[in-house]
Each structure stands twice: as C-alpha cells, then as structure tokens.
Design a binder for this molecule. Structure first.
Ligand code: ZN
Ligand code: FE
Length: 253
C-alpha cells in the first residue's frame, strides 16, 4: 500500500492509499482532486474512511461514493450523511483488495465523535494530533483530548502518522517557545524547513519524533511544566492542567 497526499484548500491533505489498482480515500473534503488522481491512474475507489464531521473532511464524500461506488466508513454522527457503515471503538474493517485492515480508536476532543484509523503501522488521525501540535478543542474537554492523545502516544514508536493539515511550521514555532533548549526540536525545525523549502509535505511523521518534540505529548517534562506554569501564572499540578494551559497559550500564540 502506497499513500499519497492530495493537497486541498490551502493546508489540508486528503490521503489516497493505493494498492494494485485499488484505492482508499481518507477524509475527502473535496472530490475533484481525488477524482482526477483516480482517473489519471485508472484506480478503483473501494472505500472512504472518515475521521470527523468538519466540512473540509467530508464534502467530497457524496460525489465520490456515487461516482465510484466506494463504501463509506465513519463515526455515527448525525452531522455526517452518507456513511454506509458506522464504526465505534475497536471496530475492525477488512479491505482485502487493498491488502490491509484498520482498527478504530475513538479520540474525542477536537470534536465529540472524532475517530482515528490504525492499521499497517499507519494512523490516520484527522485533526487530533498534528506534527508538533494538536487540534483545537471545539467540542471536547482538555481531559478528553489529553486522554485521546495519550492513546495515540502509546502506539508503537515507528507508527507513521498521517494528519489532515500542514500546520507543522507554525506548530514548531510554538514548540520552540515552550521548549527552547530541546535539541531534537531544533533539529526537527531544520529538517522541516528543508522539506517545505523543497515544496514537500512534512507529513507523515513517526510517533517517535512526536514524543521527542511535540509539547502536547511532553506535559510531564519538568522544563515544560515550569514554562507552562510561568505563562499561565499559576501552579499546574497535573498532566491535564499542563496540557490545558499549553492549549490555551497556543490559541493566542
Ligand atoms: Zn476539523
Ligand atoms: Fe480539518
């Protein structure tokens, strides 16, 4: 299975996984660029995986499903029409034509019904975890988001993470403000700058990189607790408090 980014709307990535003439689309917010890719390479679209209800993730579903007969998998949420098969925590879907299967993780926080898809050392996580950042809390509490991120953080270190936006450089600027002495972070900023200067995506990325550089996954680091607490002007006794303070700080960064 090879996975291709299809840029859309300025900073979204729609993902297309391809295997022997068959394809799988993740979060198709726009049908046109996906249809163009399918036509160009004579691919059959078997399945569509959805992570959450925001329009930049679902607006292409209707046209693609109708035109290609793809089966649509996603969370049960009345705001997402056209789902053929609703999934919940632990659901497994088999896609033999694509030579893969995926397991569902419920990861509420960005939205209340947000899910992630995990299989073949690959995670499609929508707007939950970003490179060096995380999604905004539109519908969930900091507790929920922290729990969701902790579950992602406990996957194997080599897991390749496919998030839905190219937010990396902005996230890294914030990460550096939080942790100016983190050498892994400084090295990553250099690597990402090279990729972006060459017009290449900074996504996917390995979970191991996130654990070393993403402040939202590093809320137990003493240096981060100190910085977040200084910025918030109060003591932050637990991991969720540090996470919530970082998220607030980032909102106005
Ligand atoms: Zn979203
Ligand atoms: Fe989005």
């Amino acid at each position: 299975m090879k996975i291709y980014p299809i840029p859309a709307f300025g900073d979204n990535y729609l993902w297309l996984a391809v295997h022997e003439g068959h394809a799988l689309a993740v979060d198709p917010g726009d049908a046109a660029p996906i249809a163009a890719m399918l036509e160009r390479h004579a691919l059959k679209l078997d399945a569509i995986l959805v992570t959450h209800h925001h329009s930049d993730h679902i607006d292409g579903i209707g046209e693609l499903a109708e035109r290609y007969g793809a089966r649509v998998f996603g969370p049960a949420d009345e705001r997402i029409a056209l789902i053929d098969e609703h999934v919940t925590e632990g659901s497994r879907i088999e896609l033999p034509q694509l030579g893969c299967s995926f397991r569902v993780l419920e990861v509420p926080g960005h939205t209340r019904s947000h899910i992630a898809w995990y299989g073949s050392d690959t995670l499609f996580c929508g707007d939950t975890l970003f490179a060096a950042g995380c999604g905004r809390l539109f519908e969930g509490s900091p507790e929920q988001m922290w729990h969701s991120l902790s579950r992602i953080a406990s996957l194997p270190l080599h897991t390749q993470i496919y998030c839905a936006h190219e937010y990396t450089e902005g996230n890294l600027r914030f990460a550096l403000a939080v942790e100016p002495d983190n050498q892994a972070l400084i090295a990553r900023i250099r690597r990402v700058a090279q990729l972006r200067a060459a017009g290449r995506p900074s996504v996917p990325f390995a979970l191991a990189d996130e654990l070393a550089t993403n402040p939202f996954l590093r809320v137990r680091e003493p240096a981060i607790i100190r910085r977040a607490s200084e910025h918030a002007g109060r003591a932050l006794p637990g991991a969720v408090d540090v996470f919530a303070a970082l998220r607030e700080w980032k909102n106005s960064f």
